[in-house]
Design a protein. Sequence first.
Length: 262
Amino acid sequence: MIDDQVHFREPGFTKKGSIYTESKAAVAGGVTSYMDMPNTSPTATDIKSLENKYLLAGKSSLANYSFFMGVTKNNLEEVLRINNETICGISDDGLYFDDDEGILANYPEFLEKLFSRSTSLVALHCEEDAIIKENLNRFKKEYEENIPIEYHPLIRSEEACYLATKRVVEIAKKYKARFHALHISTKKEVELFISDISVEKKRITAEACVHHLWFSDEDYEKLGSLIKWNPAIKMDEDRKGLLEGLKSCKLDIIATDHTRPI
């Protein structure tokens, strides 16, 4: 199996996990290849830091590997220098695009620049920050800092996911760019993707994560924050919709988003 989205903790957070320990776990579970995200310390947002991760993996990884380069508002020219033959793509996942707030999916002007110039695969987490903030403030007025966990999918809502994913898909289509939608969590989002051509010919692809395929909002009462992820676990209808999306090939791969908290 290939896991296209993991967050190993090397360099910078090896007390949580290292390339060796996490690749060992991957191989034990039948995963022979992985693609790691850039939110290490230092972040993989320049060629030198990215090359260092490859050197570390060459010494300790027990599985095949590739690494995403991180994209921020300040490193577009550096991102455009990557070698697509050796680096799996570009991503903001696990990073804040704009200092300490916001993700790239909410910056259409920068997306236009990136998709119009880059030939790399761009893998993005898509949620609408403004909608999430509005929902959060509404629940805070009623519950202050003690918002019940079952409201998490209402804060990080279907609308927040769908509108952000739709925006990125439309811009990617405009430039015939390569875009991969990370951890799709709603049935509605699945309809943004196509199944009438082979994955090898697709310019736009999408994934579902194991946890979104297994759990639903019905599980919050029993499991609480143990199933608190972003994007949130949604309704059972969404879980079933993701499974159907995989069966119909509108979604192309299953990922783990494997991580250990920083």
